[in-house]
Design a protein around this ligand. Structure first.
Ligand code: TYD
Ligand code: ZN
Length: 406
């Protein structure tokens, strides 16, 4: 693997901003017998001088990341299910009774099912066959493959045009986005709408949520960079809406250039980003410095608990936690175990740092005193669910935007 120095989108020069060092794949939860076989890459990210896209400098092969054992299932979170129900309600207006809906990266079909239940023809595409199987089990149609211009041609031949194409937390994973947009152009009806949602770079900066940077997130979009990316393929953002999901995301409403009136919100956001300096280097450098402070603070906090002989656990074996644990050098000496509700992760160990992952039930049995909230993007849902933990004196440790105990 070579380090990228030219932009994946426009070929411009990418300026290196952060280097988190040696890193395993974020979702490569590992069995003890496989420790010796673990693979690493260097996690570093930078910004393109020309189109302002924030991107990884090096990315492992997509097939190593999205495969038949992909351990992430959307339906695992109650609030995510509600969020996708709302997304469906807010986009049905683009459809007529004869419309069909395509989802790129449909995972277990949680989002698409809302359209399916409402009577629309739906088609889901996902490269991970295990998650797609769950979508098919819900009665959805779909195909286990990467969506690109070639598979788009085949899908078009088989399914025809779609009035709505959806992609939630998926575009940020795709290195060759240009080819995906070519694919969208082939399957989207002339007035059709593409709706995407991905973590928003502005929020990552605001909260120093550097754990959004991991192997699967090859891009983190600003409105500026998304607009640049689309312009090349004759698409444009005609509306947008910030979302609470994944610690702060942006929903983009996209259509062919000139096909729909552009909301003033789009222009306002572009102006706001221009004023904040998204086209200059300083804001990125400030973020890099904030990442350093954040990791040092978390280590200090955990070492303090250790000195006092108070064991600390983790809540949620998230992909994001892989970046935090490896970047900050946190292993089982500082965090005894991580609780997680996903059966596929339980009994395994965190990638690179080898902290055991225990079933959620152990959180109740062990009655820990202090727990790092790695699934901080679900804080509202989790803190409510775990009111009893706090009531009996349990402490939450947060590291976003900086380490603190509550
Ligand atoms: P997710 O939010 O998808 O984060 P990432 O994209 O960084 O992996 O992952 C949530 C993880 O946290 C998932 O493994 C399930 C787990 N989880 C719990 O254990 N309990 C909970 O209450 C919630 C909401 C999630
Ligand atoms: Zn570029």
């Amino acid at each position: 693997m070579t380090r990228r120095v030219s932009c994946r989108v426009c070929g411009g020069k990418v300026i290196e901003i952060v280097d988190f060092g040696r890193m395993p794949l974020a979702n490569a939860f590992i069995r003890e017998q496989d420790f010796a076989k673990e693979k690493f890459f260097r996690l570093a990210a930078g910004v393109c001088e020309k189109c302002s896209i924030f991107q990884l400098l090096e990315q492992p092969q997509p097939s190593a990341m999205f495969h038949s054992d992909y351990p992430f299932f959307t339906a695992g979170s109650e609030r995510m299910r509600e969020h996708f129900q709302r997304l469906a309600d807010e986009t049905k207006g683009f459809l007529t009774s004869r419309s069909a809906v395509l989802e790129i990266g449909c995972n277990d079909g949680t989002l698409l099912e809302n359209f399916h239940r409402a009577g629309f023809r739906c088609f889901g595409v996902d490269p991970s066959s295990n998650t797609l199987e769950r979508a098919l089990a819900r009665g959805l149609f779909g195909r286990a493959c990467f969506f690109n211009s070639k598979t788009a041609d085949e899908i078009y031949a088989d399914q025809g045009l779609f009035d709505l194409v959806l992609s939630a937390n998926c575009f940020c994973h795709i290195p060759d986005l240009g080819d995906v947009l070519d694919g969208v152009a082939r399957v989207l009806s002339p007035q059709g709408v593409l709706v995407t949602e991905d973590p928003y770079l502005g929020e990552v900066f605001r909260q120093t949520s550097y754990d959004q940077i991991y192997d699967e997130h090859v891009f983190l979009f600003s409105v500026t960079s998304m607009a640049n990316l689309l312009a090349v393929k004759d698409f444009e953002i005609f509306d947008l809406e910030p979302q609470w999901t994944h610690g702060g995301s942006m929903r983009f409403y996209i259509a062919r250039k000139g096909a729909r009136p552009v909301s003033s919100k789009v222009r306002e956001f572009l102006k706001r980003e221009e004023q904040a300096g998204f086209k200059r280097e300083e804001i990125y450098r400030a973020f890099a410095a904030a990442c350093e402070r954040s990791r040092a603070g978390l280590r200090e906090c955990l070492e303090d608990f250790k000195r006092k002989d108070k064991p600390v656990y983790g809540y949620g074996a998230t992909s994001k936690s892989t970046t935090v644990l490896n970047y900050a050098g946190i292993g089982p000496d500082l965090i005894k175990a991580v609780f997680d509700t996903t059966p596929e992760k339980q009994g395994k160990f965190t990638p690179g740092t080898h902290i055991p992952i225990l079933p959620y039930a152990k959180f109740i049995d062990l009655c820990p005193e202090a727990v790092v909230l790695f699934a901080w993007n679900h804080a509202q849902e989790i803190l409510k669910k775990e009111e009893a933990f706090r009531a009996r004196g349990g402490k939450w440790i947060f590291y976003i935007p900086e380490a603190h105990v509550e």
